[in-house]
Design a binder for this molecule. Structure first.
Ligand code: KQY
Length: 365
């Protein structure tokens, strides 16, 4: 049975675990909309399949797919990956999917936020988003998990990271944006996060990665490696627009203490060289009013921070860039005991996000 619960996770003793805690598996959605993914979404589907295969080495993966794409997805994905029919407006499970919470007995429940496609009618990335908004309910039904509905509160999973010990990392650019919860003050937003994720301390960064179309999701700029340890995207190039953003984030992080009163250890991960949309990439996307244009020469929000932490593994984006190996080496050192696997993620980046944005971990509980 899967029911909608009226109370909050905090009231019931549930908390959001860190991504580095054990997983029951990983959820994804299948890309197909041709106004976001070039060339009929075929290159993106190959990239999503590569991500699903990489994660499936470490833990069970389920991919939700439309009826029309079921057979194609089943064919392109390895047999170990479970494919379930699930309609959605696009394929960003991190953002439209449920956030899972656990209690001390090992029970797992979902949190179902309101989703408005990264800003609704004020700069959102597409309309409608009604099918995406149903994804948490569908996932919880399939898993027979009870669900908390955070009604009236807009949030995407990529806009938060937690350490599982009471600390949450987010950005002002996204959570305080007037296109998310304009009726709420910063304090009320913090209070809602405390209730639904059972955190104590919220560490606010300023902005996310330069040109990130999500209004600066934290999962592209910084993340917890484990409690007390954070990775941050970085450049030493003072002329790069990312420099000032990362420098500000660094200052905020080294001056913060977490919920347990610890100072944070901050590791800089050098970003890839600027990644620009090529002519043929731009031309492969259907131009549709109300969706973000993909113009030749526009800079994409490339970052190595957008990786997925699996049981015993890290699945990280690579870009055929000289910094790929540096980032891989850094993550290998930061995650001893996990095997780091790189997946070329340019096709995912062209759609506006990366590996973390298309995945959602379900904790083991
Ligand atoms: O989390 C993300 N980065 C999702 C971006 C959505 C892009 C839609 N075109």
């Amino acid at each position: 049975m899967s029911k909608c619960i009226e109370s909050t996770p905090r009231q019931d003793g549930f908390r959001m675990p860190g991504e580095f805690e054990p997983h029951a598996g990983c959820w994804m959605l299948w890309p197909e909309r041709t106004d976001n993914w070039r060339n009929g979404a075929k290159p993106a589907q190959r990239a999503f399949a590569a991500v699903a295969s990489a994660i499936a080495q470490f833990e069970p993966v389920t991919v939700g797919v439309s009826a029309g794409q079921f057979l194609n997805a089943r064919h392109m994905l390895p047999a170990a990956v479970r494919v379930v029919e699930m309609s959605s407006n696009d394929s960003w499970m991190r953002d439209c999917g449920p956030t899972f919470v656990v209690d001390i007995q090992g029970s797992v429940r979902g949190v179902d936020w309101d989703f408005n496609a990264w800003g609704g009618l004020e700069g959102g990335l597409y309309f409608p988003w009604d099918l995406d908004d149903l994804v948490p309910q569908k996932v919880c039904n399939i898993e027979r998990l009870d669900r908390y509905k955070a009604a009236g509160f807009v949030l995407e999973g990529g806009s938060i990271h937690v350490d599982g010990e009471g600390t949450l990392l987010t950005t002002e650019e996204c959570l305080l944006n007037t296109n998310r919860n304009p009726q709420l003050t910063r304090e009320e937003i913090e209070e809602t996060l405390r209730e639904y994720l059972n955190v104590e301390k919220i560490i606010w960064l300023g902005r996310g990665v330069y040109n990130d179309e999500t209004n600066g999701h934290v999962d592209n700029i910084a993340c917890f490696i484990r409690p007390g340890v954070v990775a941050l995207t970085w450049t030493d190039d003072v002329n790069d627009p990312q420099y000032e953003i990362s420098a500000d984030a660094y200052q905020r992080l080294i001056n913060a203490v977490d919920a347990k009163g610890r100072k944070l250890e901050v590791h800089k991960i050098y970003q890839p060289n600027p990644i620009l949309i090529a002519k043929e990439e731009s031309e492969g996307v259907d131009s549709v009013d109300g969706t973000l244009p993909r113009n030749e020469g526009d800079r994409l929000a490339g970052s190595y921070i957008n990786f997925y932490i699996a049981n015993g593994g890290i699945v990280m984006p690579t870009f055929d860039d000289p910094h790929d190996q540096l980032a891989m080496d850094a993550l290998s050192q930061l995650f001893p005991g996990r095997k780091v696997v790189g997946v070329n993620a340019r096709e995912i980046l062209l759609g506006g996000g990366n590996i973390h944005c298309i995945t959602q971990q379900q904790p083991r509980g």
